[in-house]
Design a protein around this ligand. Structure first.
Ligand SMILES: *Cc1c(COP(=O)(O)O)cnc(C)c1O
Length: 305
């Protein structure tokens, strides 16, 4: 999407590891860019973007991550899109970890979004896609510096004879087809996103009750993944807890992406509230075994969907 459709200079708004990846991609592609960098515990705001676009009027395309999977934070893409449109620029959105679970009400204000088969669509890894308008794709003909990742070329070929230019990932496509049926059967974006939000609420309430401290305030917490601060107790060891969770049948993210000492638990995939209850019980048993008593929570913050 960046190499085929965006036009430099770019403005990349980042508040996490995936925003930084956009910067890395732009750098590798040799695309001139400015970076609007915020801490990973605050959202990119319309005011931030407005200020940056006033400061750098030469910018043509704006890039932002919707669900920043580093922390689980949701950036307010509809509000950001309005600012980008006011400035007459084009907005490109990384919807990798939100597509299929969170609706964007107004795609008219967005130039293109990128996502993949393997996150909220619950397909197999190996296939990424971009939603863009035919006019943008036509205007992008011959611009990509990559042959393989040339979206305009791929689109033209698919329009012409329904073929991929190179060997298609047939099994992954078949799996995505089945995954889309399952997605529709669950009630589409609302059904899928509703289950994830329910998972998130269950997980957050359980973690709060155990005395864990979550990285994000509820207002910024999306439904995809939850980031939890590591307890300060000297008996806590993430590798030990991780191994014991694996032994109990749960795989969490083994490492942290944030600058704070944290671990993450996902709410997506074939995961249901009973699984989260079993997970929370396993985590409580591990704390018990390690002799860790977390501070009693002073009150569970209100949960928002
Ligand atoms: C997972 C993810 C990516 C990268 O996806 P890969 O399949 O690992 O390349 C990019 N952006 C976001 C927001 C993601 O969650």
């Amino acid at each position: 999407m960046i190499g085929s459709l965006s036009r430099p200079p770019l403005l990349i708004a980042t508040n996490g590891a995936y925003g930084e990846r956009l910067v890395e991609i732009a750098t590798r592609l040799g695309l001139a860019h400015r970076v609007l960098r915020r801490s990973e515990v605050v959202a990119i705001t319309p005011a931030d973007l407005d200020e940056a676009l006033h400061a750098w009027p030469e910018v043509r395309s704006v890039l932002v991550v919707h669900s920043e999977t580093t922390t689980g934070l949701l950036n307010p893409v509809p509000d950001l899109a309005a600012v980008v449109a006011q400035h007459g620029k084009r907005l490109f959105v990384d919807m990798m970890s939100s597509f299929g679970a969170i609706d964007l009400p107004d795609l008219a204000a967005i130039e293109a979004v990128a996502a993949s088969a393997n996150k909220c669509l619950e397909g197999a890894p190996g296939l990424a896609f971009v939603l863009a308008r035919p006019a943008s794709l036509r205007a992008a003909a011959g611009r990509s510096i990559s042959l393989v990742l040339d979206l305009a070329d791929q689109w033209a070929r698919l329009e012409k004879d329904g073929q991929f230019r190179f060997t298609p990932p047939t099994h992954v496509l078949a799996a995505l087809d089945a995954a889309l049926d399952a997605h529709a059967a669950e009630g589409g974006v609302a059904g899928r996103g509703g289950r994830y939000a329910h998972n998130r609420d269950r997980l957050c309430a359980g973690l709060d009750a155990l005395g864990f401290s979550r990285l994000l305030p509820d207002a910024l917490q999306g439904p995809i993944i939850v980031t939890i601060r590591e307890p300060e107790d000297p008996r806590w060891s993430l590798p030990v807890v991780y191994d014991q969770l694996v032994a109990a049948g749960f795989a969490i993210y083994p490492g942290k992406l944030t600058s704070a000492a944290t671990f993450r638990v996902g709410c997506i995939g074939q995961v249901f509230s009973e699984d989260l209850d079993r997970f929370l019980a396993a985590l409580a048993a591990i704390l018990d075994r390690l002799g860790i008593t977390l501070p009693t929570p002073t009150g569970t913050p209100a949960l928002e969907s």
